[in-house]
Design a protein. Sequence first.
Length: 286
Amino acid sequence: MLEQRAAVVAELERRGAQPDAVVLGVTGTPGSGKSSLLARLTTTMLEQRSHLSIGVVAVDPSSHLSGGSLLGDRTRLRPSSGGARLFFRSQASATELGGLGPSSFQVCRLMAYLFDLVLVETVGVGQSEADIRHLADQVYLVLAPLGGDEVQFLKAGIIEVPHAFVLNKCDEPSAQQSLHHLQNSLWLARPFDEEPVPIYQTSAKTGQGIAELCDAMLATVAGEHAGVKGREPYFFVRWVKDEWGRVGATHLEQALGGAESWLASAGGFERAQAEFTTTLVATLPR
Ligand SMILES: Nc1nc2c(ncn2[C@@H]2O[C@H](COP(=O)(O)OP(=O)(O)OP(=O)(O)O)[C@@H](O)[C@H]2O)c(=O)[nH]1
Ligand SMILES: [Mg+2]
């Protein structure tokens, strides 16, 4: 697995590709309309920009029940057009709540070499929203009217994570009331925002507000962004902790000088992983 990934990355780099896509997280409660929105948004963006390419990863909490992401075509997102400029992949989540699995970063990272924009759909209230901020340049939180989501998010501290809110299903009669709830919750929960956090009102059903949200997303593609390389140290530390626990984390910090410097000296994520294992095993008592 590691060798295969290393070979793919090496070949991509040999061809001059760089992992510099913008990664946008689209998250929110089940059924709020994330997939429907993504279908609309990707179609509109591809129409507007004839050279844009988009990769979509849906981290699906239900996938593991049905063998999910192994069946690559299992998807509820069915964009109508796109051809080679649009790639969709559904991935089983590591947890039932839709948390990002260890491989989510790797899937995103490979996609970042191949596309201009990578969109990650995650479900759930809690860990996945908190996680996604480590993976994405920007996080959009999708809410449906009167789902009571605002209060839930407020309680879970999630309301502090997103860069923007999307109040979807604004074709429904209760949408206006929800907007007020959300604005009030934000006012309470994020008093220190320098600028008011954007709230997009959309309907994936009628198309209302899609153009505005598209423009905002496309502006991030053109703008400055950290890129996937900058996220490698965080995910390297996570990998070390998952595989080796505290012993590994200590070894990384004390013997190898921390993730950032180790990644740089090893020359790439895969080599850093392989050599980490070798150096750690060498320190273990026989
Ligand atoms: N009225 C209305 N219904 C919508 C809208 N967007 C999505 N829906 C409906 O809401 C339901 C859920 O939509 P999805 O796009 O599957 O929602 P999701 O957030 O991706 O759902 P999960 O992936 O299961 O969490 C579907 O029946 C959609 O047809 C909208 O803007 N207005
Ligand atoms: Mg969905």
